[in-house]
Design a protein around this ligand. Structure first.
Ligand code: PEP
Length: 250
C-alpha cells in the first residue's frame, strides 16, 4: 500500500440544509469539473439530503457521505439510520465519532468502534473523529487522549480497508480557534505513529484530516503541516465558494 495518502477534504453540513442547499453541491461539482482538485472532495449533508446529493454528484468528483450511523444493521431503533441505508442512498463515506455525538449522545470509543465495523460491513469508508477537550489540552494530555481514542475507536481488521482519521480538537470546532501549527503537527505525528504501530505499512496510507475552524484564510498553512492529509470542515463547507477556497488551498 502507498505511503502517500491521497488527501481528503470533507464537508460536514451537520443539521443544516434543505433541498435548496443542494445548489451548493451543483456549484461544487461544476467547479471541480472545470478545475480538478488535488484532493478527494466529499460533502456529508444531513441524512434527508444524502440521496438527492448523491444523485447530483453522480459522475462528478464530489463524493457524498453520512454524518453518523447506527451500529446495528436493522431493528427497533426509532429515528436512527443504519450504515447500509446510508450506502443504499448512494453515499460512499460516513463520519463517525464526531465530538458532537461523543459529548451530546455519550458515544464511547467502544460504540464508535462498533459503528466503524458496521460501516465497513456496509461498504462505507469511515471518517473516524478524535480530539481532546480544552481541559485535557491544558492538562498536557492532548496527545495521550487522542492516541487512546484512535486505538479504541478502530477495530483490528482495517488493514485492507479504506478509512481516515480526523483530528478535531473539541475546543476548535465552530469556535474560530485553532491550535498552533506545531500543536497540529505534534498530534498528527502521534496519530500516524499509532496507525503504523497498529496496521503496519497500511497505517502510512491512512489520511489524517485536521478539523476545527478551517477556513479559506488558514487552510493553506494547516494543509501544509506534516501528516495533515486533508480537512474535515464544518461551517465553511456550507457555501461552495468558501469550501472551494479551502479545496484550492492544497
Ligand atoms: C466539524 O464539526 O467537524 C468542524 C470541523 O466544524 P467547524 O469547521 O465549523 O469548526
Amino acid at each position: 500500500m502507498s505511503h502517500t495518502p491521497t488527501p481528503l477534504i470533507a464537508g460536514n453540513w451537520k443539521m443544516n440544509g434543505l433541498g435548496a442547499s443542494l445548489a451548493e453541491v451543483t456549484t461544487l461539482a461544476e467547479s471541480l469539473k472545470s478545475e480538478p482538485a488535488k484532493a478527494r472532495v466529499a460533502i456529508c449533508p444531513p441524512a434527508t439530503l444524502i440521496e438527492r446529493a448523491a444523485r447530483i454528484a453522480r459522475g462528478s468528483a464530489v463524493e457524498v457521505g453520512g454524518q453518523d450511523c447506527r451500529a446495528e444493521a436493522a431493528g427497533a431503533y426509532t429515528g436512527d439510520v443504519a450504515a447500509e441505508m446510508i450506502a443504499d442512498c448512494g453515499a460512499g463515506l460516513v463520519i463517525l465519532g464526531h465530538s458532537e455525538r461523543r459529548s451530546g449522545y455519550g458515544e464511547s470509543d467502544a460504540l464508535v468502534c462498533a459503528k466503524v465495523q458496521a460501516a465497513i460491513r456496509a461498504g462505507l469508508e469511515p471518517i473516524v473523529c478524535v480530539g481532546e477537550t480544552l481541559e485535557e489540552r491544558r492538562a498536557g494530555r492532548a496527545v495521550s487522549v487522542v492516541q487512546s481514542q484512535v486505538t479504541l475507536s478502530l477495530p483490528d481488521d482495517l488493514h485492507d480497508k479504506r478509512f481516515s482519521v480526523a483530528y478535531e480538537p473539541v475546543w476548535a470546532i465552530g469556535s474560530g480557534l485553532t491550535p498552533s501549527l506545531a500543536e497540529i503537527g505534534e498530534v498528527h505525528q502521534a496519530i500516524r505513529a499509532t496507525l503504523l504501530a497498529r496496521f503496519g505499512d497500511a497505517g502510512g496510507a491512512v489520511p489524517i484530516l485536521y478539523g476545527g475552524s478551517v477556513k479559506p484564510a488558514n487552510a493553506a498553512e494547516i494543509l501544509a503541516v506534516q501528516d495533515v492529509g486533508g480537512a474535515l470542515v464544518g461551517g465553511a463547507s456550507l457555501k461552495a465558494a468558501d469550501f472551494l477556497g479551502i479545496i484550492r488551498a492544497l
